[in-house]
Ligand binder design. Structure first.
Ligand SMILES: *Cc1c(COP(=O)(O)O)cnc(C)c1O
Length: 219
């Protein structure tokens, strides 16, 4: 269990990069982790968590929220349009807004619920065919479409291709966000969060480095 080690590595990198202390928020990615490990991290004071699947999150977070105040939950995995309402009732942030159909659905449910999670648009910075996300060249237009729907888009998110140097993808995401007037950047995981902080990340998503390796999910 190494939450405090990750926190100090983040603080050190903030300082090294000349960024204000506390400018990077740590999302502890608890997907597929046993409840005892998640509870231990809650007991250490961590309140920001990320999950990949709506169903899995629905099974454990209502109970954790009953026991711990101030939990903030981030959806990091792909969202099926038909799960939009359930996800909007459960999560405070979505990081994977990646298509107009989903944006329109979120706007409809927002009007019904009277509230909406804060939204990151996922950008497929490597233009990988198997990966979700808006391609970089379509990002400006998609941000504009989301704004026309009056959605609370706060930033951009990416997952760099495994074989590439992540820094160039993080820098591209930062440029796209800047030119669209978006202040938040969700980038960096266990293996590259320090690089992401150097490139301007405001949210890093760290799972295995905090919780240990994930047990393979049972289908
Ligand atoms: C699983 C996951 C993470 C965390 O990955 P680690 O390598 O365990 O830190 C971050 N972001 C997304 C989108 C994920 O699916």
């Amino acid at each position: 269990m190494s939450l405090s080690i990750i926190q100090s590595r983040i603080a050190a990198e903030e300082q090294r990069a000349g960024r204000p202390a506390g400018s990077v928020r740590l999302i502890a990615v608890s997907k597929v982790q046993p409840d005892e490990r998640v509870k231990a991290v809650l007991q250490q004071g961590q309140r920001i968590f990320g999950e990949n699947r709506v169903q899995e999150a629905a099974g454990k977070w209502p109970d954790f929220r009953d026991s711990f105040d101030g939990v903030e939950l981030h959806l990091l995995g792909p969202l099926q349009t038909n799960k939009t309402r359930q996800a909007m009732e459960l999560f405070d942030y979505f990081h994977t807004l990646d298509r107009l159909k989903l944006a329109k659905r979120i706007a409809i449910v927002r009007d019904e619920l009277g509230r909406c999670p804060e939204l990151f648009i996922q950008v497929n910075t490597g233009d990988e065919s198997q990966k979700a996300g808006i391609s970089p060249e379509d990002t400006d237009a998609f941000v504009a479409e989301c704004r026309a729907l009056e959605l609370p888009v706060i930033g951009l998110m990416c997952i760099p291709p495994v074989d590439d140097e992540p820094a160039e993808h993080f820098a591209l995401l930062r440029d796209l966000a800047e030119r669209n007037g978006l202040s938040e950047l969700s980038m960096g995981m266990s293996g590259d969060f320090e690089c992401a902080i150097a490139q301007g990340a405001t949210y890093v998503r760290v799972g295995s480095a905090i919780f240990g390796d994930r047990v393979a999910p049972t289908a």
